[in-house]
Design a binder for this molecule. Sequence first.
Ligand SMILES: NC(=O)c1ccc[n+]([C@@H]2O[C@H](COP(=O)([O-])OP(=O)(O)OC[C@H]3O[C@@H](n4cnc5c(N)ncnc54)[C@H](OP(=O)(O)O)[C@@H]3O)[C@@H](O)[C@H]2O)c1
Length: 329
Amino acid sequence: MEEGSESITKDRGTVCVTGASGYLGSWLVKRLLERGYRVRGTVRDLENPAKTAHLLRLVGAKERLQLVKAGLLDERSFDAAFSGCEGVFHTASPVMFEADNPQAQVIEPAVTGTLNVLKACANNPTVHRVVMTSSTSTLRYPEIELSNQVLDESNWSSVELCTSLKHWYAVSKTLAEQAAWKFSEEKKYTFISIIPSTILGPILSSNIVTSAKDILAILKGDALVARRYLRMGYVHIDDVASAHILAYEKQEANGRYMCSAFDMADYELEEFLQNRYPNYKVPISIPRNIKPPFAGLSSIKIQKLGLQFKGLEEMFDDVVRSFTEIGVL
Ligand SMILES: NC(=O)c1ccc[n+]([C@@H]2O[C@H](COP(=O)([O-])OP(=O)(O)OC[C@H]3O[C@@H](n4cnc5c(N)ncnc54)[C@H](OP(=O)(O)O)[C@@H]3O)[C@@H](O)[C@H]2O)c1
């Protein structure tokens, strides 16, 4: 994407980011401010500096960032946040892999929350484009046998299969994105979804999200075997932010966009981490003869839209640097 002072000085209008205090939301707010947007960010708790201080310190925040309180299950709370906005980036969703009450803690906020956000967009006279953050968990678990298949935007996870695996996050993201597509039919706004794989890169707040926690655990010597994803995609957080902004700014953007730079079998991840960070105690726990469930993830569509992915080393070096800066590694 174009960078530099020209992009900072140009006024690009007002957009809203839901879940602004989150890992991705924060980075997206940073990049939008740098590009000259006026940004509304929704947060659940305006009084908690752990959720807001890093946002208020961003370049341009003093002049162009406004934080607004909104909760996914508070149906009308997005009306004020979207007032006067031309675009909405919907990143807010529970990112948790274990829950005592998955329906209430994960599925309901993701699905009903997404519909609440979209209802507010539909009722708003100025919002013309909505970019939602989905997840590769919406397509990595189809009913069909995958083994040699490269997955793309045409694939969808089976909710029945994810439920039987108790993969509540995948259930929540699949149902939320499907509900979003259905609700957005024939609405006055254009709806686009970005489908990132595991997001890594710099952490702006001190909160370490689940995706980064997995890598932290391996670097601290925990065996990966408990995870059993077997093959995963990885993408730099800056590329995910760029994908959202490209989808918003490029008129021709449409539909779903996979956003995954590399995919590795879990044993390859262990070997990569062991070679790249020899000072840490990375265990080799995955046998090489375990067959990963799918052959790869195709991000050709977002690359054709103009995204150039950062390298694998940069992605991991950036998150490892954040671990040491925060003091957890
Ligand atoms: N991290 C990854 O590897 C990854 C990969 C693919 C897709 N994604 C997607 O990216 C998006 C952002 O995730 P993230 O990685 O940045 O995780 P995160 O740091 O946990 O951010 C999630 C955000 O959602 C907000 N949220 C959760 N429940 C909410 C509720 N009931 N009402 C209002 N806000 C709520 C959180 O608010 P609080 O700050 O108040 O908790 C937070 O701002 C999510 O849609 C996630 O599914 C993430």
